[in-house]
Design a protein around this ligand. Sequence first.
Ligand code: ADP
Ligand code: MG
Length: 248
Amino acid sequence: GAVSGDLLYLNGVNKTFDGFKAINNLSLTLAKGEMRAVIGPNGAGKSTMMDIITGKTKPDTGQVVFGASTDLTKMDEPAIAKLGIGRKFQKPTTFENHTVWDNLLLALAGDRSPWFTLRARKQKSEEEKIAELLETIRLTDHRHRRAANLSHGQKQWLEIGMLLAQDPELLLVDEPVAGMTDAETEQTAHLLRDINRTRSVVVVEHDMTFVRALGVKVTVLHEGSVLSEGTLDHVSADPKVIDVYLGR
Ligand code: ADP
Ligand code: MG
């Protein structure tokens, strides 16, 4: 059950799509300040779990509790985002014809008019925030480039920076290193560890080199439930996990 140090608590969550049980009595607890890696075969329910946390998909039964007592299952997607849950999708949502700097400025503007914010770009506090974000996402030297001219990996980092501009307490990232080079993958592990110094993170990923570099507790999902949990070494040696990954 949830205790006071928990940030997120999924309790007996179920979700069926057209008779297919995508999420099956899923329970999971994330501590405040924790970064968790979620792995599992294709179709295990990883993205659906993210959808349920963010309110994109409503569970049939079960609870999703954020912080002390906020039941996310009773809230819509924008309200959940406002609580401080940011989610990175695989498809980039950057403004391609704007610079890295302006993309971050627009993200900081949030609900305010972006055009007003672009005119007010000299504001010191925003400049400081952007400089800080640029350092975190490793794009300081690329701040004047248009998003369209970034590498695939850099674009993913910019997107993470745009989410951080909204100051989420919990960041959800689904397969961040898909399509990245080995060097970008390694940088992404460092970047997420930096972010985790001040925020909680849930990261879904297949890439085991990357998961090892994260060095955090791993949850293995299979058929919509938790199959195994612990260090990467622990879950890798778990016969249940070996069965699922290698076939019986
Ligand atoms: P993962 O991210 O672990 O690969 P998903 O959460 O995307 O898995 O999918 C879990 C299962 O649920 C899959 O079999 C998928 O086809 C099914 N599913 C997910 N979303 C929907 C949906 N909106 N409608 C129907 N089936 C879905
Ligand atoms: Mg997925």
